[in-house]
Design a protein around this ligand. Structure first.
Ligand code: PGA
Length: 302
């Protein structure tokens, strides 16, 4: 009986009329005509065998059966709505766009995740911007991407952030540097060395300057270079020392001619963070990527 004839669209029409108190308002909300609403409710009443709505003058009242059906409808339509959302979400992962912006140094490991992620979700179109911290923050403040990776989350933009993996900053020298034979080097010796540093706005540079200031050691800048790769080449060529993320000098990142020097006070222990604007609900594709990262963290450990 009931289960054969009552349709979802009849229940939606009834719920809208009961909630809004008028056929006209319900018709407007559901994008159908008023006679179509009346017909659905008439058929629903016939199926149930009791009146659901009483018309007194121009006002409408729910009958007792109508009250009971409204409760059931509200619960059931809520469950149905969540089901429809989940189905849409499942479809969403098949197709969609993922926008990520990462700071320069995380460009050494984040792209490694993209190959297997795209293989698992071939319909997803991924773009990854690799920029310095300042420019990533600019994109974050304009809400241009689904998620961001950086070593130093902002304190002037409301964000949700969670630690990803370690980001140790180490002192790097040429493999021909005389300190490579030492087992430990006092931090104060750094004051005698020349450094190759990243441009202003770089997170690595901010962390490095903070550590030198904390330790009361003067930072002597030999040259400012806007790229970590250029710094690595200059250090390997014997132009000076640098403070770099261990991610940038590991064998996968091409650390030829470079060594990590055992300076006291280093590595500078930091983390990489996954950052999103506070309260931003991640898209289905972004959620799939976040879960993918959780399951493949070993691929990006330093
Ligand atoms: P950077 O940022 O690549 O801009 O130096 C790295 C970091 O924040 O650790």
């Amino acid at each position: 009986m009931l289960d054969r004839q009552v349709t979802l669209s009849q229940l939606k029409a009834f719920e809208a009329v009961a909630r809004l108190g008028s056929h006209t308002a319900a018709a407007r909300e559901l994008f159908i005509t008023q006679p179509a609403i009346s017909k659905k409710i008439r058929m629903l009443q016939e199926e149930i065998g009791l009146p659901l709505i009483d018309q007194v003058g121009r006002s409408q009242y729910l009958t007792e059966a109508g009250q009971m059906l409204l409760e059931v409808c509200s619960d059931w339509l809520g469950v149905w709505g969540r089901f429809e959302q989940s189905v849409a979400d499942l479809k969403g992962v098949k197709r969609g766009r993922l926008r990520i912006a990462v700071v320069t140094t995380s460009g050494y490991f984040m792209p490694r995740l993209l190959g297997p992620f795209c293989a698992e979700f071939p319909g997803v179109d991924v773009s990854m911007e690799v920029l310095n911290r300042d420019r990533v923050l600019g994109r974050l403040s304009r809400n241009e991407d689904d998620l961001y990776v950086m070593g130093l989350p902002p304190d002037d933009i409301e964000v949700d952030c969670r630690p990803l993996v370690e980001n140790p900053l180490v002192v790097v020298g040429s493999s021909k540097h005389p300190w490579t034979r030492r087992t430990s080097i006092p931090m104060s010796w750094l004051a005698k060395e020349q450094f190759l540093v990243r441009e202003r706005g770089s997170g690595t540079r901010i962390a490095m300057e903070q550590r030198f200031a904390e330790m009361g050691v003067e930072l002597r800048v030999r040259m400012v270079l806007g790229s970590t790769e250029a710094i690595k080449q200059a250090v390997a060529g014997g132009l000076g020392l640098a403070i770099l993320s261990r991610h940038a000098i590991n064998p996968l990142s091409g650390g030829r001619g470079l060594v990590e020097l055992p300076v006291a006070g280093f590595p500078l222990r930091r983390s990489w963070y996954l950052v999103t604007p506070q309260g931003k609900r991640p898209s289905v594709v972004a959620q799939a990527f976040l879960q993918f990262i959780d399951e493949h963290l070993e691929m990006i450990e330093p």
